[in-house]
Design a protein around this ligand. Structure first.
Ligand SMILES: *Cc1c(COP(=O)(O)O)cnc(C)c1O
Length: 445
């Protein structure tokens, strides 16, 4: 819609803020979203009129259209990257059960009160019980803010002023410049590196153990793989050496997963003799951000009673989402992981047919293609999950991100791919709507 170059007259015809704020849609929105959000929408709409992008008469409608859905700057997006657990997109999406639990817990709850007796009760006891039920091999369990916090608590409580013995092949950076060795040293523990990048044996560990040892740490290299001439000591070989073995499994798998044979799980590690297992809640477990501590009862209690535990504790919303994740129906992450490739392809074919045939868009250049999805930062490096995608011209990428329903795809071979593996089937209609809208704006680019 090209307009004449804006002149003084156009600028004068742009409605004033106080007039616009009396529009019933905008006045209502102030009660729902807060005045600053409404003023921001009004300012943006006025600006669009002053620069000739919309006619002055359309400012109120434009401002109403620009209002956010919630009083929060975070936008819900469709994850069409093919990366199941995308750190930039908040990792695991919560299940419907977990979302309901969060909404319910948002008001006053009995998170630390026994309603029968009226006295104070253990914080988050039902969530902790649900975790214990899923991992019967753990003598006790505790939950903190995230996987890094679980490690910090273990290092502080068990190894401050002592040594943490760790293989040189397991000194990992978890992303965004955060390195586990730095995190551990920040607690006052000393790192004792053993072995080499590619090979470390149980003897390497045994040779350095002594009264100054806090614990042996095994870290799962969850975001890279070393192949070739490699060797790592198993937990079972280290468990008999007389010091606690702490295993950071990363992903939060509680039991072995048939599709991810290389991914360590809490139950197997505990059975092999780990004194403590740490993991994230928002990776393959498919729950909220949190850190799980599972292990020997005395050890876990020591951690839970450490003064630092108070600073790392989780809020009631996290406890609610975690419990509903542990006891509820399969999570979106589990569904995405086990989705049948033929089913994904059928969805891609249906979407491509519907979008290509849509007359108003003049036929979008879209086709269904095979694709390769991954678990992502959440674990299982190197595992390829066969998938299907919509292939669109590259210019769609920006238009899709900027749409009313933002869609994040990935660029590959000069095309914008929308991989369906991490998109719940229930979102297909919204995805199609977003592509149609993007076809309009991509054409104007
Ligand atoms: C992801 C990860 C962490 C960090 O967990 P957060 O929940 O992101 O704090 C630590 N160790 C390993 C092996 C991981 O994969």
């Amino acid at each position: 819609m090209p307009f004449e170059a804006p002149d003084q007259d156009v600028r004068r015809r742009v409605p004033r803020t106080d007039v616009l704020l009396r529009d019933p849609r905008l006045a209502d929105a102030a009660g729902r979203l807060g005045a600053p959000a409404v003023r921001a929408a009004v300012r943006e709409a006025q600006d669009r009129a002053r620069t000739g992008r919309i006619p002055p008469e359309a400012v109120a409608d434009e401002a109403a259209g620009l209002l956010p859905d919630t009083a929060c700057g975070l936008r819900a997006v469709i994850n069409a990257t093919g990366v199941l657990l995308h750190t930039n997109l908040g990792r695991a999406p919560l299940s419907a059960a977990a979302r309901r639990a969060v909404a319910e817990a948002a008001g006053p709850t009995d998170v630390e009160l026994d309603l029968d007796t009226g006295v104070r009760a253990r914080r988050g006891r039902t969530a902790l019980r649900a975790l214990q039920v899923r991992v019967p091999d753990a003598g006790a369990v505790h939950v903190v803010n995230n996987g890094a916090a679980a490690l910090v608590l273990a290092a502080t409580a068990l190894a401050a002023g002592k040594e943490i013995v760790v293989s040189r092949g397991e000194m990992v950076e978890i992303g965004d410049g955060f390195r586990l060795p730095d995190l551990l040293v920040a607690t006052g523990a000393r790192l004792r590196e053993v072995g080499t990048t590619n090979r470390t044996t149980a003897e390497d560990y045994a040779a350095v153990l002594g009264p100054g040892t806090g614990f042996v740490l095994k870290v799962h290299p969850s975001n890279f793989r070393i192949t070739g001439f490699t060797r790592a000591a198993e937990v079972g070989e280290l468990a008999g050496l007389g010091v606690p073995v702490v295993v950071d499994i990363g992903s939060g798998l509680l039991a072995p997963h048939p599709l991810l044979p290389g991914e360590p799980d809490a139950t197997t590690q505990l059975r092999a003799g780990a004194a403590l297992v740490t993991a994230s809640g928002d990776k393959l477990l498919g729950g909220p951000q949190c850190g799980l501590l599972l292990g020997e009862a005395g050890l876990v209690r020591t951690l839970a009673r450490h003064p630092l535990a108070r600073a790392l504790r989780v809020d009631k919303l996290t406890l609610a989402a975690l419990e509903a994740t542990l006891g509820g129906p399969p999570t979106p992450t589990a569904e995405a992981l086990t989705a049948d490739p033929a089913g994904l392809r059928a969805r891609a074919d249906r979407l491509a047919a519907a979008l290509g045939a849509f007359p108003e868009t003049g036929g979008i250049d879209v086709r269904a293609v095979e694709s390769a999805a991954t678990v992502g930062g959440g674990g299982a490096p190197g595992v390829v999950l066969p998938s299907a995608a919509l292939s669109l011209p590259e210019r769609f990428a920006a238009a899709l991100r900027g749409g009313r329903i933002p869609v994040v795809g990935r660029l590959e071979g000069g095309r914008c791919l929308l991989d369906l593996r991490a998109v719940p089937p229930a979102d297909d209609a919204r995805l199609a709507e977003a592509v149609r809208a993007a076809a309009g704006s991509a054409a104007r680019r």
